[in-house]
Design a binder for this molecule. Structure first.
Ligand SMILES: [Zn+2]
Length: 240
């Protein structure tokens, strides 16, 4: 089982820090006197998220959290952070709003996991997911939607939203334009607790809302982003 600590914080570029958390990752951006996050860990990662923001961005107040998708290992820290920074906004893809609000839930089901639990790595993953608060209510009340291709700034960094459906209906990746890096979320990862593979890959099919679309998207994105630094939702940073 992963220990409850950050595996690494790596500086990707000026004002861009990639945090490989215990089981899922987040990114701290800073640069215009504010800090922003892309994703926010499991609910019980909140202290790790807070301390990584301080380490990467000092006392800069949190201005925004951009969310790749509404799964509890990516949205878990949002509500406690909003309580602390009531002015912060939450952004996600237009088609992911309902999942982030939890009007609907597109998340791996017990029925999909059950047949795999005879395998130790799946059992370990599930135990960690539960201990990390993966079953807690993570509904976010008022996220703001982004269209595919929308350009905006996060703490002084130019960002472009890219809808990458399959893992969830509105999964959204965030391209850091000037850094030639992409926060690929769960559309393209570089590792996962249930996977033996290393390097760019799709998550295990059981995690996807639309398996065929997710696998096709991962292949396409791996080619399209072959020269981009990958900041994935799971697995280590891949510099290019
Ligand atoms: Zn996910």
């Amino acid at each position: 089982m992963p220990a409850h600590r950050v595996r690494s914080i790596e500086r990707v570029a000026e004002g861009v820090h990639f945090v490989e958390g215990p089981a899922s990752n987040w990114i701290v951006l800073s640069g215009d006197g504010t800090a922003s996050l892309i994703d926010a860990g499991y609910p019980n990662d909140i202290d790790l998220v807070r301390s990584s923001v301080r380490e990467a961005a000092g006392d800069a107040p949190l201005a925004a959290i951009a969310v790749t998708h509404g799964h509890s290992d990516h949205t878990g820290g949002i509500n406690p952070l909003l309580a602390e920074y009531p002015g912060a906004i939450v952004l996600t893809g237009d088609d992911e709003l309902a999942n982030v609000r939890r009007d609907v839930t597109y998340q791996v089901t017990a029925g999909a996991v059950l047949p795999h639990l005879v395998k130790p790595r799946f059992a370990r993953w599930l135990r960690h997911a539960i201990q990390a608060g993966g079953l807690q209510d993570v509904a976010v009340a008022n996220p703001t939607g982004l269209a595919d291709g929308a350009s905006f700034e996060l703490s002084g960094h130019r960002v472009r939203a890219r809808t990458t459906p399959g893992h969830t209906p509105g999964h959204t990746a965030y391209e850091l334009v000037d850094e030639r890096a992409v926060a690929s979320g769960d559309a393209l990862v570089t590792g996962h607790a249930v996977s033996r593979a290393t390097g760019p890959q799709a998550l295990h099919p059981m995690f996807h809302h639309d398996r065929a679309a997710a696998l096709a998207a991962a292949g396409e994105l791996a080619r399209e982003w072959a020269d981009r630094t990958l900041l994935p939702g799971h697995g280590p940073l891949l510099r290019r």
